[in-house]
Design a protein. Sequence first.
Length: 358
Amino acid sequence: MDTAPRTRPLLDLLAGRAASRRPIWLMRQAGRYLPEYRELRARAGGFLDLCYTPALATEVTLQPLRRFDLDAAILFSDILVVPHGLGRAVRFEAGEGPRLEPIAAAELAALDQAGMTARLAPVYEAVAGIRARLPDGITFIGFAGSPWTVACYMVEGRGSKDFATARTLAQANPATFARLVDILVEATVEHLSAQIEAGVDCVQLFDSWAGVLSPEQVRRWVIGPNAAIVRALEARHPGVPVIGFPRMDGASLMDYAATVTVAALGLDTAVDPAWAARHLPAGLALQGNLDPTALIAGGEALDRSVDTILDAMAGRRHVMNLGHGIAQTTPIAHVERLVARVRERDAADGPSRAVAAT
């Protein structure tokens, strides 16, 4: 066994090494539940202005680390910077979410893949700035939306409960939809590769809308593209871990785990952690999957939810996280209680139950 000193628990766990403690980080840990974020957002102007101003994106990324005993920073950005970098108009309406001009088949050829990373240079500048300011022991996570999820927004033009327009296009004209997905696979590889070169330690692929597809469509539009991205990143950046998060993927999780060679698999709130611990590959690290509403509720409900996950994950490599992003109404004291509960349980149970090398 490699006995060299370890300083970053999350990175060690993702690499299959023994970690010093169970890593904790939270999706959307830098966000509107923090008063310091709300104050900075009010000064920044638009949401994309916040993402594209390196000093501000750096500050937002670091904010939760000053409050909580977390093991990772995740870059403050958005999955829709990729279509924006490809030349599509993207805006964020207050209280309404993202708005894009729905893309037509004839417009695919105009997507500017060659110019994307230049347009997104402020994102990579922020990565470098964050890297220089990260405290010891903190793993730096970059991310991107997976092609299916990004394509949903590009076709639909906005968020949706079921993305019926995108799903219909994928069914009625799969060749056109495949062209868009292929472009997004290449763009995602370039975007994540640029983040790695600028200083992130690992990356996460968010497929937030995998759950609106049938199992057959999941294999085509989620699993296949995710596998291609992971292969390309491994070829360019050997040893850089990738976390996959196919949200609401349900019964297709086993297929995803068998096909996409991620270092860890994020579980959404609907997944039974005991089922995941029993049925997903033993060597695969699992991440999640606390219900964000349990974090809002706090108290004994939060403690029970945390304990259920930790009991289920005993003996597995596990990253404590939510099953979806932290909600705006989450009390700061409840995040503190979550972290304290995990640390107390690890101290009582022994860290080897969850962080041993495999």
